[in-house]
Ligand binder design. Structure first.
Ligand code: ATP
Ligand code: MG
Length: 400
């Protein structure tokens, strides 16, 4: 077993020593069997949440109503969830009530996809009542039980099925496809916050083109925010996106660029994105339009900053624009005479001392900006004397 599981074994042990069961479950087991690096290690147990809390020194009742307790052990966090089944699905959303159960198999049965419904014990023995392993081998996304029933219980599972098909580059079964066609409108009942998470993850997989194709041919896009209003957007996304897009701001920027009538703000609002995503998406859009006008200038790359280069590259490659590689962008970035305002060889204070007869005022910002542009355009070298000379010339010209 790999290190993340090894580190969690004392937690499993603690349950077992007190006469309870505990297993690794969900995504970590799936990713482990795929030979991929694993994310969070989640644990399922027949101990009730209060028992779990009594067995460990440091716990946080993060989702106690759903039976989930966070256990802190040796610097790691584990979500420990009591075996449960969900009942009373109302409005096709998450259930209001969960019932704790005593059998692991019943807990696995309430999970969405066969590949997510496996458990593993501390020795690496896999419990797989729904043949998830077989589906992993064959690259298939299949629901636990009939897709119709499972999507009707919780409509978000439709989008999850498609997002996993992107992330794992797996095919979805016909059962899943047919059920999505039939029930996708139920997605409109789902909280946008939950949709957003799956929506952005959908773009991060190598199977993104296939996943978008599924959205298209099942008409599921019609039940996602704003996509029903502008048919061209999904058509373009499906046609143009061939590679993963790992940045939410790039996805939002793309949607806005492909829209005729909807603005970036419309997209940001409808998908309930953070202000950070909004700001970065705006920067991406501005840079794309500068890139369209003048090509790959120092100024475009400078304005983006190195943290946004990858997102920019992903937007450009998904629009009908001349291709730029990430290497190219990094090269231009590394060759910039300055990479941020802070690197300009003079600051506002020094500017004032260069022109002592002008009082402090907005001219300082204006001059700093002009200096920045001249340096980036290669018309001024970034050293104090050169800038001083140039600033004095500008001042003379203004006085004339
Ligand atoms: P990721 O690596 O993206 O986190 P994951 O499989 O861990 O993948 P989560 O969303 O963290 O996915 O959910 C953890 C587990 O809970 C899933 O593996 C699945 O067994 C179960 N699960 C999550 N959402 C649902 C749902 N809507 N219906 C049924 N089971 C679900
Ligand atoms: Mg997870």
């Amino acid at each position: 077993l790999s290190q993340p599981f090894q580190e969690a074994i004392p937690v499993i042990d603690q349950f077992e020593q007190h006469g309870y069961e505990a297993y690794f479950v969900g995504g970590a087991v799936r990713d482990h069997l795929l030979g991929q690096s694993i994310g969070d290690v989640d644990i399922a147990t027949n101990a009730t949440p209060d028992v779990t809390m009594s067995l460990f020194d440091r716990t946080v009742p993060v989702g106690i109503d759903h039976g989930t307790v966070l256990v802190l052990h040796n610097g790691n966090e584990y979500e420990v969830t009591t075996y449960r089944v969900e009942s009373d699905y109302r409005d096709y959303r998450r259930p209001d009530h969960v019932a704790f159960v005593s059998r692991l198999e019943d807990d696995l049965a309430r999970r969405d996809l066969t590949i997510n419904a496996m458990a593993m014990d501390r020795y690496g023995q896999v419990i797989d009542p729904f043949q998830g392993r077989n589906d992993l081998t064959h690259g298939v996304i299949r629901t636990v039980g009939r897709a119709d029933d499972r999507f009707h219980e919780d409509a978000l599972r439709m989008l999850r099925a498609v997002r996993f098909s992107s992330q794992l580059n797996f095919a979805v079964t016909n059962d899943v496809l047919t059920a999505i066609k039939r029930y996708h409108t139920l997605l409109q009942e789902i909280a946008v916050e939950r949709i957003q998470v799956e929506w952005f993850k959908l773009f991060t997989g190598y199977g993104v083109a296939h996943a978008l194709d599924v959205l298209n041919k099942t008409d599921m896009y019609q039940s996602l925010p704003l996509l029903n209003q502008e048919r061209d957007v999904i058509k373009h996304l499906t046609k143009n996106i061939k590679r993963p897009i790992r940045h939410p701001e790039a996805v939002m920027a793309l949607c806005a660029c492909l829209s005729n009538t909807l603005t970036l703000n419309d997209w940001i609002k409808s998908y309930r994105c953070s202000n950070i995503i909004q700001r970065q998406a705006k920067k991406l859009i501005q840079s794309v339009s500068k890139f369209k006008e003048n090509g790959l200038t120092s100024f475009v790359v400078y304005t983006l900053g190195d943290v946004n280069l990858e997102a920019f590259q992903q937007v450009v490659q998904s629009l009908d624009l001349p291709d730029v590689s990430l290497e190219q962008l990094h090269e231009v970035y590394e060759a910039l005479p300055i990479q941020s305002k802070q690197q300009i060889a003079v600051d506002g204070k020094q500017l004032q001392s260069i022109i002592p007869d002008w009082r402090k005022g907005p001219w300082i910002g204006r001059y700093l900006q002009a200096i920045e542009r001249a340096i980036l355009a290669g018309q001024l070298s970034n050293d104090y004397e050169a800038i001083e000379r140039r600033v004095k010339q500008w001042k003379e010209q203004e006085n004339d």
